[in-house]
Write a protein that binds this ligand. Structure first.
Ligand code: ADP
Ligand code: MG
Length: 223
């Protein structure tokens, strides 16, 4: 599904910083993978390239056999919206929309009617145990609940891959375990999932861990 060959990325604002140094990676449909490494090792940069949020300089990235490079902004956005769901450390919910409206948002961009969007959003909230919270605003919810809303929002567009950058980074350890167990369940239904984390306990919940060090894959371990 995902194939990276010799991917390199340098940031040029200020003195050049070579952040990814020849990354090779294969990810298959249904994989549950974590990317671990110290702060600054290039984890988010790698995830952003996988998510077509950022460009790479040299190398080859194929997603479902489509070459991801030099895509126009518009094509990149189309591909990203169709293929990839994102989950972030800070949840990235819209604070002036309730849980249901947040979950329904990706469907708005697919031009689905409001009525159908809301029905589907309720189904996904129900699936994540949040039906009673549908009409609550993000600031009325706990961190774990907000992350479940974000997961529902990522799932509703029926992506082929979920990318999560430190999804448990803002949560206590018990809530963190709950969120990981939800992500595991989603993966068991066939979703391909890649999670960035610096927490060993989180990484170990996935099937395979890629250890990044200074922009190089140091090792890959099966958990
Ligand atoms: P991680 O997620 O592993 O902490 P990042 O991929 O965020 O690492 O960052 C890797 C390195 O690249 C860090 O030194 C960071 O400061 C730098 N970096 C990240 N994003 C940018 C950017 N947009 N411009 C310049 N430097 C950046
Ligand atoms: Mg990061």
């Amino acid at each position: 599904m995902i194939k990276l060959e010799d991917i390199n990325k340098t940031y040029y604002n200020g003195s050049p910083l070579h952040v990814l140094k020849g990354i090779d990676l294969d990810i298959h449909k249904g994989d549950f993978v974590s990317i671990m490494g110290a702060s600054g090792s290039g984890k988010s940069t790698l995830l952003n390239i996988l998510g077509i949020l950022d460009n790479y300089d040299t190398g080859v990235y194929r997603l479902n056999d489509v070459l991801i490079s030099n895509l126009s902004e518009k094509r990149a956005a189309e591909y990203r919206n169709r293929m990839i769901g994102f989950v972030f450390q800070s949840f990235n919910l819209i604070n002036f929309k309730n849980a249901m409206e947040n979950v329904a948002l990706p469907l708005y961009y697919q031009k689905i009617s409001r009525k159908k969007r809301n029905i589907m959003a309720m189904e996904y909230l129900d699936m994540l145990g949040l039906k009673e919270w549908a009409h609550h605003m993000p600031n009325e919810m706990s961190g774990g609940q907000k992350q479940r809303v974000a997961i529902a929002r990522a799932l509703i567009a029926n992506p082929q891959i979920i990318l999560a950058d430190e999804p448990t980074g803002a949560l206590d350890s018990k809530t963190s375990e709950e969120v990981m167990s939800i992500l595991k369940d989603v993966n068991k239904k066939g979703m391909t999932m890649i999670i960035v984390t610096h927490e060993k306990a989180v990484g170990e919940k996935t099937d395979r861990t890629i250890h990044l060090k200074d922009g190089i894959i140091e090792s890959i371990t099966q958990n």
